[in-house]
Design a protein around this ligand. Structure first.
Ligand SMILES: *[C@@H]1O[C@H](CO)[C@@H](O)[C@H](O)[C@H]1NC(C)=O
Ligand SMILES: *[C@@H]1O[C@H](CO)[C@@H](O)[C@H](O)[C@H]1NC(C)=O
Ligand SMILES: *[C@@H]1O[C@H](CO)[C@@H](O)[C@H](O)[C@H]1NC(C)=O
Ligand SMILES: *[C@@H]1O[C@H](CO)[C@@H](O)[C@H](O)[C@H]1NC(C)=O
Length: 482
């Protein structure tokens, strides 16, 4: 009601004192009466009772949308009227007793006045405009996404745009179970955000649990409906990773040979999700991964192609965790006694300084032991070759990977032997030629008698010579073949 709101200049009256007080009261009364008379255009309408009303009587406007207002009066011949608001308004229509306005882009709650005057009397009525924003986006965050067992994780739900906050309820859910519920009815609105945060201790059972958040906006008390919206499901991952992976490998790897190696991670959860990578140097190995209980392991086969020191490494990862273990390995060669470095037949020249030629191959360098007639023979010391050194030597090369043996036949031959045998052959040949010449000569001698006797003798002599030759020949062979 805005009766008597027009400012008025006080009229002057004569005497002062008590009379003045009386006059002042009268003045006010007169002023009111005068005002009513003066502002009433219609004659005799002062007694008229009129109403001012607004439609709609409850205004619930979605954020940013517009609203039509019909401000009307029952006054048959109304004076000035309209609405008072700081919102952008446009009069779209009017009748004798009403005015219709369009309010655009309503973004805030406000109170609007609708007023009309009738016979100099102004009346108004107000309308509460409530702006609402249904929860469209509901954001759920799990921090961290992978949480170590017995550590705390945070579940946070946040609705970026929702109004009115007082009518919002946020519910956190784990699976289908309510974890926490929050409403914003009794809280100071200014300091509030549509947000809920709780901390939970991670248990194994929570692994792979679905977390979600539900936002509910109940506008029934404002003449509106019930809106709800849910966040996307977030899956919590829980892990345990307290140990370093362990590599199992023989400290001796043989070159070119397939060797089984493995990498094991104990006290890990979930074991079946552990990822393994194994390398020998830069070369990645193909793995066969298994798990049982809280242990996961990977088996692989390595085939080292280079001797020397190398590194076997195992990289293990699970969720945010990653660990690498390295293990030095030594790649070895089994001992070998090859014909090129350790010939199986060796000829020594009698009287010269000789060594048994045998260098074993392998990594680590093998040790070599040679025996001769069951006695260890120090092959490293050069010795003067004698006939006695002829024979078969047995050499054995060994290293950490094993041993190999080989028989080496040594023949000692005299340096002069060759020359003497050549002379011997010449003598024999000469002798043979001589004998044949004599035989031929005797065969053609004119004397027949002696011829009969002589060939016998001659033959006997020849026989003697031949047998002698045979013996010599045999001796010569023996000498060669010993
Ligand atoms: C506004 O309200 C009055 C009174 O109820 C009604 O007569 C008039 O038709 C309304 N105007 C519109 C545009 O609805
Ligand atoms: C909505 O909020 C208003 C203001 O706090 C409150 O009076 C009303 O009861 C609420 N309505 C519901 C349904 O919660
Ligand atoms: C989690 O949600 C997915 C998809 O809605 C569903 O398939 C799965 O069974 C749920 N897991 C649990 C543990 O409830
Ligand atoms: C050869 O061996 C014999 C007996 O086996 C021995 O008496 C002789 O001294 C040895 N000779 C040499 C040069 O070693």
């Amino acid at each position: 009601m805005r009766n008597c709101r027009t400012p008025w200049e006080r009229p002057r009256f004569g005497p002062e004192g008590q009379l003045l007080a009386l006059f002042t009261r009268m003045e006010m009364l007169l002023f009111c009466v005068w005002a009513l008379l003066a502002l009433n255009p219609g004659p005799g309408a002062t007694e008229e009772i009129f109403e001012v009303s607004i439609w709609p009587d409850q205004a619930l406007v979605k954020l940013g949308q517009s609203l039509m207002i019909n401000c009307s009066t029952t006054c048959p011949d109304p004076g000035p009227g309209g609405i008072e608001t700081y919102l952008k308004k446009t009069q779209v229509d009017k009748g004798p007793q009403w005015k219709e306005f369009l309010l655009e882009d309503v973004t805030e709650n406000s109170v609007l006045q609708c007023f009309f005057s009738c016979a100099g009397i102004q009346k108004d009525t107000s309308l509460d405009i409530t702006v609402y924003q249904p929860p469209e986006q509901v954001i759920l965050e799990l921090q961290p996404a992978w949480v170590a067992m017995d550590e705390a994780f945070t579940v946070k739900c946040h609705v970026p745009s929702v109004a009115p906050l007082e009518n919002l309820t946020l519910t956190l859910l784990q699976g289908n179970q309510e974890l926490h519920r929050k409403d914003f009815m009794n809280l100071a609105v200014a300091s509030q955000r549509a947000e809920i945060t709780i901390n939970v201790k991670a248990q194994r059972e929570d692994d792979r649990c679905n977390f979600s958040c539900c936002a509910e906006l109940d506008l029934s008390s404002h003449g509106g409906g019930l809106f709800h919206s849910s966040s996307a499901i977030k899956v919590l991952r829980i892990f345990e990773f307290s140990e370093s992976p362990q590599i199992w490998v023989s400290s001796l790897l043989e070159i070119g040979m397939a060797e089984a190696v493995s990498c094991e991670l104990a006290r890990v959860f979930p074991a079946r999700e552990v990822m393994f990578h194994m390398f020998l140097g830069d070369q990645e190995l193909s793995l066969f991964v298994s798990w049982k209980g809280d242990t996961a392991w990977a088996n692989a086969t390595v085939r080292a192609m280079e001797t020397g020191d190398q590194e076997l490494s195992c990289l293990v990862s699970l969720g945010p965790m990653e660990q690498k273990t390295r293990e030095p390995v030594h790649v070895y060669n089994k001992p070998r006694l090859e014909e090129s470095d350790c010939p199986g037949y060796q000829t020594w020249v009698k009287g010269t300084e000789q060594l048994l030629a045998c260098v074993p191959k392998g990594n680590p360098t093998p040790t070599l032991v040679c025996t001769w007639n069951g006695v260890i023979f120090n092959f490293e010391v050069p010795r003067k070759a004698t006939q006695n050194h002829t024979g078969t030597y047995c050499c054995t090369a060994s290293n950490q990977l094993g041993s190999v043996s080989k028989d080496i036949a040594v023949i000692v031959r005299g340096l002069d032997e060759g020359i003497s045998s050549a002379i011997f052959v010449i003598i024999i040949v000469a002798l043979g030629v001589g004998v044949i010449t004599i035989a031929l000569y005797l065969n053609y001698r004119p004397c027949k008698i002696e011829r009969r006797k002589l060939p016998y003798r001659q033959k006997e002599k020849n026989k003697e010579e031949e047998s002698q030759f045979a013996v010599q020949q045999a001796e010569k062979c023996n000498a060669h073949n010993c």
